[in-house]
Ligand binder design. Structure first.
Ligand SMILES: C[S@@+](CC[C@H](N)C(=O)[O-])C[C@H]1O[C@@H](n2cnc3c(N)ncnc32)[C@H](O)[C@@H]1O
Length: 471
């Protein structure tokens, strides 16, 4: 992170603006909303600034800047059209420890001014660390559309309830649950829709029941995180992440997905990583039960879909036995997500009428999958966890009648920016994969549909093609 985000209380504080054109005017308008004591220094002044000075709203010095202007300033904004002058003023401010922003000169600035959505007192700031003001503006526009117009009034209403809530609900957890019930429920919806009276009535009811209700029982949501791209989370998964007190996640869950969690949620990685055996299934079940029994809202977050090679069923059995409430939020399984991002339709009327999801892991009992069915024409076979046994899988398919020219592909780190797709045939895949030095996670897809990648690929890194195919 290049910048530390803060909101600066400038009420009655001196802010110096050097320059008085259109840009300076916009900054002054913004500063005035904070109650800052604005002083503008410039030999030529925008008429609107002149008017404000005439009305006593800002101070004006109709002359060139002099170093004494900096005295007492808490912030400096420089917006003249002379780069050398701007930099000189910036250096002087720096040497006196006064934070300075030079418009359109990130290098000379100690702070930058974000794009904002202003629903006073709610303020949403967006910055791209100065890399793209246009992108920041677009994001701001999207947020403008998303954030209700009355959210600022709603914030004031919530503040007005804090004292009563504190006196009626001694327990801090109960207070948080009360405010969450207001914010997430019909009370807030009514307030936003303009029915403040209805909103107050509902909040009052919630307050009186919260004070007598026993401590809420904890629960576990088994949530699918999808294959990696955080935007593939479902809305329910997002809500669960933002409500959770504790999140137990697998190693495969991407950082960008974890970033969606509530700031103060406890994140516990229970997955296996290189050099670390991770938690056993028994330990994970125990942790889930312990946290839920302590009244917490627990999310058990798994890559892809929790019911596809995810042991979700086993964990729910343990919760059911411990009489813990649970719910399941499905996720996009790796086969669906990776195939989509690789441009490989899993079924296609011309090439495949069925699809199997198979684990590439050896079965503990030594039982093998139905290789003949997986090798049949018109079928797509998707192998999870198949990289380590790639050679074995390919050999079994060939033995059971699959053609050596049958297209086969590997999708590595699917849906993520570093996604790689290797397309080959059963005859060539093992060799090409060995040359490509692949990292997990990887998904193996076998079937005629894999050849469609050639024409349907749309996402990610350059693909590695089997040279014999492209010849
Ligand atoms: C233990 S399984 C979990 C599957 C998960 N529950 C699901 O529905 O996708 C892990 C395997 O899923 C596949 N996988 C998961 N995410 C992937 C990704 N982003 N790219 C490629 N393969 C992935 C790999 O085969 C990996 O070895």
């Amino acid at each position: 992170m290049n910048y530390f985000p803060v909101f600066f209380d400038l009420d009655a504080q001196k802010v110096l603006v050097v320059g008085a054109g259109e840009v300076a005017l916009r900054k002054v308008e913004l500063l005035m909303r904070t109650g800052a004591a604005v002083t503008v220094v410039a030999p030529d002044i925008h008429p609107e600034l002149m008017r404000r000075a005439g009305a006593g709203l800002i101070k004006l010095a109709l002359r060139e800047f002099v170093p004494e202007d900096l005295s007492g300033a808490r912030l400096v904004i420089v917006a003249t059209s002379h780069r050398a002058l701007n930099r000189w003023i910036a250096n002087l401010s720096e040497s006196r420890g006064i934070p300075v922003n030079v418009v359109d000169d990130r290098e000379a600035s100690r702070f930058i001014v974000p794009a904002i959505v202003d629903r006073d007192p709610v303020l949403v700031a967006v910055a791209t660390s100065g890399t793209s003001p246009v992108l920041a503006r677009r994001l701001r526009e999207r947020l403008e559309a998303l954030i209700p117009k009355r959210i600022g009034e709603a914030a004031l209403w919530l503040r007005s309830m804090r004292r009563t809530a504190k006196s009626q609900l001694r327990d801090i957890g109960a207070r948080r649950r009360f405010f969450e019930a207001v914010v997430d429920g019909p009370a807030m919806r009514r307030f936003i829709d303009g029915d403040a009276q209805g909103a107050r009535r509902i909040a009052q009811q919630l307050l009186s029941t919260s004070s007598t209700a026993p401590r809420a029982a904890g629960e576990v949501a088994l949530v699918g995180a999808g294959p990696g791209d955080a935007e593939l989370l479902t809305l329910k998964a997002l809500r669960a992440l933002q409500d959770a007190d504790v999140i137990l996640h697998d190693r495969l869950v991407s950082r960008s997905v974890l970033d969606m969690a509530r700031r103060d949620a406890e994140l516990i990685c229970v997955g296996k990583a290189a050099g670390n055996l991770g938690s056993t299934q028994e330990q994970i079940n125990q942790l889930l039960i312990e946290h839920a029994s302590a009244g917490k809202r627990v999310v058990r977050l798994k890559g892809g879909d929790p019911f596809v090679f995810g042991r979700g069923g086993e964990e729910l059995e343990a919760l059911a036995a411990a009489r813990i409430n649970f719910s399941v939020v499905p996720g996009i399984t790796a086969a669906a997500g990776c195939a989509a991002y690789a441009g490989i339709p899993l079924t296609h009327r011309d090439y495949a009428h069925s699809v199997s999801f198979v684990t590439g892991h050896a079965d503990k009992t030594g039982k093998e999958p139905d290789w003949r069915a997986l090798s049949a024409p018109g079928h797509t076979a998707v192998f999870y966890m198949g990289l380590a046994r790639l050679e074995h899988i390919v050999a079994r398919l060939l033995e059971h009648g699959a053609s050596p020219t049958l297209p086969a592909g590997l999708i590595v780190q699917g849906t993520l920016p570093q996604q790689r797709v290797i397309v080959a045939t059963l005859a060539t895949l093992v060799k090409i994969a060995a040359r490509a030095a692949l990292e997990s996670p990887a998904l193996l897809v076998v079937g005629e549909v894999v050849a469609l990648h050639e024409s349907l690929a749309w996402f990610g890194m350059p693909k590695i093609l089997d040279a014999s195919q492209s010849a």
